[in-house]
Write a protein that binds this ligand. Structure first.
Ligand code: SAH
Length: 361
């Protein structure tokens, strides 16, 4: 699977789009608001830049693409008014893989700017927002051109499915029954990818610039921990049921593994220390209940539908690319039923690992 070609969140604003099914990810960005505010105001205080360059990596489409950006701009504006300084201008770079629905975001930029200047007393500095397609595992921006980098729920995507996981039978990610070589292969791929990410950003971020990164991750040091594997274990369950029903071939199921890795705080920290260009200021773990996927709606008859839609908005292109279009409705209907049952019996949450770091000299 060529991840950079196949991977994209479901586009547009339909019932199955990422734009209408990304409340879990949005909640994670709400929970990390104060870490981001502390970091961006720190950068502004030390640089007093009249033109602040901010990159959002893995922005996707829909309301979340500019969600953190508005939090960051508001924090700088509040500080400027306290310091009685003129607002800076903002250069905003929205990055994602080329298959992302960038046009969907571009259509909302005018209303985003209008709303922002209504919400901030006295208005905000000029905002120049552009798209920057490409993989964040390679260089995307000119040298020393960014003051601040933010990324949320994107860095658990690997650049590829690790090599040597063919014996991960019946699973689609690390699971209790995964052989140890599979766990090792996934961790090795994470280390290589995250270290490339840090090397590229080290070139692009100015000295004293900062990054705040939120991973879908885990608290535990055990990569087989249920807190990070469960959501995909249940998807594997749905696919395995379809193998038993004869709707999917066993070899096809065995050949499907996700290009994800959900690291622990210590695994993230270790790569930052090893790479050596950034120093970690702050590390935090938070959690989001899967029930957040339903928003304000009352789903007293079970949460399965909305959580399945949320995962479908992200994974449908990968499922279709591997198994074909014909089975996709069935997979996510089966998944919905399994989720509904589990969520009635258990408190299911996603774990977020957030790290804030500063570029060294
Ligand atoms: N930040 C948004 C979107 C998260 S979805 C939010 O919190 O809601 C993850 C996004 O990361 C997807 O849009 C996916 O295309 C993008 N992504 C995954 N791997 C990437 C890579 N190597 N380079 C750039 N973007 C990537």
């Amino acid at each position: 699977m060529d991840v950079a070609q196949v991977l994209h969140m479901n586009e547009g604003t339909s019932q199955t789009s990422y734009a209408t099914n990304s409340l879990i990810q949005q909640k994670a960005m709400s929970l990390t608001k104060s870490i981001k505010e502390e970091a961006i105001t720190g950068v502004y205080k030390t640089t007093l830049a009249s033109s602040l360059a901010i990159a959002e990596l893995g922005c996707s489409s829909g309301p979340n693409a500019l969600f953190a950006i508005q939090q960051l701009i508001k924090a700088v504006e509040k500080l400027c008014s306290k310091l009685k300084r003129e607002s800076p201008e903002y250069r905003i770079f929205l990055n994602d893989l080329p298959g992302n629905d960038f046009n969907g975001i571009f259509k909302t930029i005018d209303s985003f700017k209008r709303q922002l200047s209504c919400e901030v007393e006295g208005g905000v500095g000029s905002c120049f927002i552009v798209g920057a397609p490409g993989s964040f595992y390679s260089r995307i921006f000119p040298a020393k051109s960014l003051h601040f980098v933010h990324s949320s729920y994107s860095l658990h995507w690997l650049s590829q499915v690790p090599e040597g996981v063919e014996n991960n039978k019946g699973n689609i990610y690390i699971s209790r029954s995964s052989p140890s070589n599979v766990v090792k292969a996934y961790y090795g791929q994470f280390q290589r990818d995250f270290s490339s990410f840090l090397k590229c950003r080290a070139e692009e971020v100015v000295e004293g610039g900062k990054m705040v990164l939120t991973f879908l991750g885990r608290r535990s040091d055990d990569p087989k921990s249920k807190e990070c594997c469960y959501i995909w274990d249940l998807l594997a369950h749905a696919l395995n049921d379809m193998v038993l029903e004869g709707l999917i071939k066993e070899e096809q199921m065995d050949g499907f593994n996700l290009p994800n890795y959900t690291p622990s705080p210590s695994e993230v920290n270790l790569e930052v220390v090893k790479e050596g260009s950034f120093t970690v200021n702050h590390m935090e773990v938070s959690e989001v209940s899967w029930k957040v996927a339903c928003g304000e709606e009352d789903f007293s008859d079970g949460y399965g539908y909305k959580v399945a839609q949320c995962i479908r908005a992200v994974y449908e292109p990968l499922v279709v690319s591997h198994f074909g279009e014909a089975i996709v409705e069935h997979v996510f209907r089966q998944y919905q039923e399994i989720l509904a049952d589990r969520m009635l019996k258990e408190n299911t949450v996603s774990i977020n690992v957030t790290v804030s770091m500063t570029k060294l000299n």
